[in-house]
Ligand binder design. Structure first.
Ligand SMILES: *Cc1c(COP(=O)(O)O)cnc(C)c1O
Length: 231
């Protein structure tokens, strides 16, 4: 048999398999089907070669949080059938460029960004990011502004409102934070019943996120290993 995976990233396939099995286990515990979740492997700071290896292992969804880096990797890997999920803070002036390679943007946090993306020529899946902390410097819209922003996304021709996204605050029990997020999700579903998705859950809290209904898991280091220093 030919070796499908090069030895450049030892253990990568095993870690991926372990996380897939942990996800399935958390789904069973929550009485959910594993197919109700999408695993997005967060590949930020890792080279394109690692993304290529993940694709060879069957990964289809990858997450990136910096526009320049994501754009470069996507350009290098156009031969692969990958969905690029943009999960970081996005500058308004870079929005149209990100919309060229990204199939989904999880970090919609202000009206100006919606307006910049509204008239694109390709439909983008849009998640409204909610700030779960009291610190306005953290990513996401304040909960009080969520409905207004979600309405704006729902009205934007090139955006398909998929639901909400959040990062659980370090200082809060993840299960509690994700229970709040489920309430925010209900607010968005009241605006658009099709916007049922919840992007939540990272390396250390994906089981709690699954229990609270997360549909899009953004998992990095548990699969890729330690991240290199940002370039
Ligand atoms: C880096 C990152 C992740 C993945 O974090 P891990 O702890 O490595 O799983 C998920 N979501 C966002 C928004 C990130 O920036």
């Amino acid at each position: 048999m030919t070796e499908l995976v090069s030895p450049a990233y030892p253990g990568l396939g095993d870690r991926l398999a372990q996380i897939r099995s942990d996800i399935a286990e958390a789904c069973r515990a929550a009485d959910r089907k594993p197919e109700s979740t999408t695993l997005i492997v967060v590949t930020k700071f890792h080279p394109a070669s690692l993304v290529r290896e993940l694709a060879a292992l069957g990964v289809r969804d990858v997450g990136e949080n910096r526009h320049q880096e994501a754009q470069d990797k996507a350009a290098e890997l156009t031969d692969l059938d990958l969905n690029w999920h943009f999960i970081g803070q996005l500058q308004t002036k870079k929005a149209r460029q990100a919309a060229r390679y990204a199939s989904a943007i999880h970090s919609i946090d202000r009206e100006r960004l919606v307006d910049a993306l509204a008239e694109g020529d390709r439909a983008i899946d849009a998640f409204v990011q909610v700030n779960m902390t009291d610190d306005p410097g953290r990513g996401g819209v304040a909960p009080a502004e969520l409905e207004r922003l979600a309405e704006r996304v729902a009205a934007a021709p090139a955006l398909r409102l998929r639901g909400v996204m959040a990062v659980a605050p370090l200082e809060e029990e993840p299960a509690r934070a994700f229970a709040r997020l489920a309430d925010y999700s209900a607010q968005v579903r009241a605006i658009d019943p099709a916007a049922t998705d919840i992007s939540a859950g990272m390396t250390h809290d994906f089981a709690e996120a699954i229990a609270a209904g997360a549909t899009h898991l953004r998992i990095g280091s548990a699969i890729t290993g330690k991240r290199p220093e940002p370039r």
